[in-house]
Design a protein around this ligand. Structure first.
Ligand code: PEP
Length: 253
């Protein structure tokens, strides 16, 4: 069976509650009738519950942008997996490059978050990707391998089926520089090979791998035509229903 395409919008630090609800209201209308594509949106924490309420009865899923691994306690400012479940999240983005870059996220903390999410039945969108320097120095594949192994450390095979991987070259995020479809395909192909060798053939074949990095309505079709790309994690272009819905409707182009 083929892998179901999965398009997710990462709204980052954007949208008030009112704006977020307004955006999903428009989105529900603009992607109604789309079949065989799974869609999720990741608003900021403050808008999650209101967006969840607005999404009730729709097929769009709710994702959080981050979580903390503890269930409760003296961790000022953090949000637990249970809290995210309570406000209707099914997915959670983990290890986004902006968290690695600006908030000290490491492979070890990514792994702790992965375990905590899976423990509560949240599906991780597990992000990885190289910086321009790492690419230019020829370290892309070793870096990806390290991030992959680090994030998946000590996870059981049963947990693999809930994981989505997002390959996001850091140099392409928010820069308008998209990888060519061929460049974007190289790493997901490598990820699948490594997963088969290190974990299991089933995991390698079934896991969905998104591409992220300046995805637009203009480039989505070329990216989705690649064998190992099963979807997109979309930042900037997910902030308007017009552009995001065109990306979701890539099959109609
Ligand atoms: C992202 O934040 O995951 C992302 C890919 O952003 P953008 O689409 O704006 O490059």
């Amino acid at each position: 069976m083929g892998r179901l395409p999965f398009i997710a919008g990462n709204w980052k630090l954007n949208k008030t509650v009112e704006e977020a609800v307004d955006l999903v209201r428009q989105l529900k209308a603009s992607i109604s009738g789309v079949k065989d594509v799974e869609v999720a949106v990741a608003p900021s924490f403050t808008a999650l519950y209101a967006v969840y309420k607005e999404l009730e009865g729709s097929s769009i899923h709710l994702a959080a942008q981050n979580l903390f691994w503890e269930e409760k306690g003296a961790y000022t400012g953090e949000v637990s997996p249970l809290m995210l479940k309570e406000v209707g999240c099914q997915y959670v983005i983990i290890g986004h490059s902006e968290r690695r870059q600006f908030f000290g996220e490491t492979d070890e903390t990514v792994n702790r978050r992965m375990k905590a999410a899976l423990g509560q039945g949240l599906k991780p969108i597990f992000c990885m990707g190289e910086t321009l320097k790492e690419r230019e120095e020829g370290n892309t594949f070793s870096l990806i391998e390290r991030q992959l192994k680090g994030g998946l450390r000590d996870l059981g095979e049963m947990e693999f089926k809930s994981i989505v991987i997002a390959y996001e070259p850091v140099w392409a995020i928010g820069t308008g520089k998209t990888a060519t479809p061929q460049q974007a395909e190289e790493v997901p192909r490598f990820i699948r090979e490594r997963l088969e060798r290190v974990y299991s053939r089933q995991f390698a074949e079934e896991v969905r791998i998104q591409y992220g990095g300046s995805v637009t309505p203009e480039n989505i079709k070329g990216l989705m035509s690649q064998t190992n790309i099963d979807g997109a994690l979309v930042g900037g272009a997910s902030l308007k229903s017009e552009t995001f819905s065109k990306i979701v409707r890539f099959k109609e182009m």
